[in-house]
Design a protein. Structure first.
Length: 440
């Protein structure tokens, strides 16, 4: 009798397991990218996470990297970037990719000790002395479903992420595309496979075309605002938002019989979200309470409406303060998007250049200056450095869809005369440009 009852129970359990295995189930993910220390958006972000978690208790929260750099309240804290880690802990992040700006200041090892979430990156190989606690992959259990995550960070032509080379001493990197190829077998052990990617939108598309066994790519680095209308790329869903948390992505993966059978992305506006977390508000107020940031250092008589206008403001400051002939600033060297009429504070200045760069004086020939602009731009109008003291005329390939491909760079004097490539000029630039172009 006991044996019959036992067998009956076994049959019932097997039947239930079979039914559950055939039933469609959902995995819900909240995704961010390139938050760049915009701690002011965190009260709403926390509220969005709480509201989703009420409906989906097993919600996963991921960041595609560049959590830091851009807000002095975070970047200049006693342990640089601790405010972002504390706020991410409070929101309940599960994991982050490494972005290139995670390396901007050498505070990553202590930050990891305070982090309640994982750092995932498969194409980084730190020495033991670097003190980095990073895993290449991680499997998250979502009510019995295995969600596998692979992380990758951008690597430039110099073989490292876009940061000062001194920040990545003792660390080597591999090209993301070559590394991801090694994880196809890992994907077979998971019900869903996610690439947590900080390599840029176009490279994410290439990843999707190359590795169709990926189900989802949560992307970052290029600050590309995608929408619900984004098509699948070779069957792979790609998501990404602009920088500084204007939106976050709620992703739904539908899984049946160990395979993803449905993918959906919903983009949620953060600033207009009607609810804020009071706990997180208090934390943000505390982290931002530094009187130094409020000190007035100047006055803007007219507004600076674009980041490019601020780029040229920095060029002019280098030119005049350094008493130089020419100044050069990389396009990514300015991180403030605009500046209103009125007082300019230390917070504005530190937000404009959050990288702890120094002004560097060099003596270069005209030919060397043109070579710097050509080399650093890498054929892209977007990456072309900004200059003062000379006129830079750049032409683009009109057949290029994005009008970004450079055809030529011509320098002229301020009065429109031919630029002397043989003359030696006093040039002031920032220390990042100096290192990136290996200048002396």
């Amino acid at each position: 009798m006991i044996k019959r009852v036992f067998i009956l129970w076994i049959n019932i359990l097997l039947a239930v397991c079979t039914v559950n295995g055939q039933k469609e189930r959902e995995v819900h993910i909240l995704a961010t990218n390139d938050m760049h220390a915009n701690i002011d958006a965190f009260p709403q972000l926390a509220a969005i996470a709480d509201s989703l978690r009420e409906r989906y208790p097993s919600l996963l929260i991921f960041s595609a990297g560049d959590n830091r750099t851009g807000n002095p309240a975070n970047d200049m804290f006693r342990i640089s970037s601790y405010p972002m880690v504390a706020l991410m802990n409070e929101v309940g992040f599960d994991a982050t990719a490494l972005g290139n700006h995670e390396f901007d200041v050498n505070s990553l090892p202590p930050l990891m000790r305070y982090s309640g979430f994982s750092y995932i990156c498969a194409n980084i190989f730190p020495s033991k002395e670097a003190g980095l606690h990073i895993v290449p992959t991680k499997v998250f259990d979502v009510d019995g479903l295995k969600v596998g995550v692979i992380g990758v960070v951008q690597v430039n032509a110099q073989g490292r992420p876009d940061t000062h080379p001194d920040n990545v001493k003792g660390i080597s990197f591999a090209l993301p595309k070559n590394i991801v190829a090694q994880y196809e077998e890992f994907s077979r052990q998971c019900d869903a496979t996610i690439l947590l990617s900080h390599i840029g939108y176009q490279d994410d598309i290439e990843m999707a075309e190359t590795y169709p066994w990926l189900d989802l790519i949560i992307g970052g680095h290029t600050h590309t605002q995608l929408t619900e209308d984004e098509p699948l790329h070779n069957g792979v869903l790609i998501t990404q938002n602009k920088n500084k948390l204007p939106k976050v992505t709620h992703i739904t993966l539908t899984i049946k019989k160990g395979k993803v059978v449905g993918k959906k992305a919903e983009y949620i506006d953060v600033k207009s979200f009607p609810v804020k977390s009071r706990m997180v508000e208090v934390m943000v107020e505390y982290f931002g309470n530094n009187p130094m940031f409020k000190r007035v250092v100047g006055y803007a008589e007219t507004p600076f409406k674009t980041k490019d206008e601020l780029n040229y403001l920095m060029c002019e400051a280098f030119l005049h303060e350094g008493q130089a002939d020419i100044s050069i600033v990389n396009n990514g060297g300015v991180r403030l998007d605009s500046l209103a009429v009125g007082d300019i504070t230390m917070q504005d200045v530190l937000s404009m250049d959050p990288f702890y760069n120094e002004a560097v004086e060099m003596h270069l020939t005209g030919e060397e200056i043109i070579n710097i602009l050509t080399t650093y731009s890498r054929g892209s109008l977007y990456h072309l450095p900004r200059v003062a003291g000379v006129i830079c005329e750049a032409t683009v390939d009109q057949n290029d869809e994005y009008k970004d491909r450079l055809k030529s760079i011509v320098l002229k004097t301020l009065d429109g005369q031919e630029f002397d490539i043989h003359k030696t000029y006093k040039v002031v630039t920032n220390s990042y440009m100096q290192s990136a172009c290996k200048l002396r």
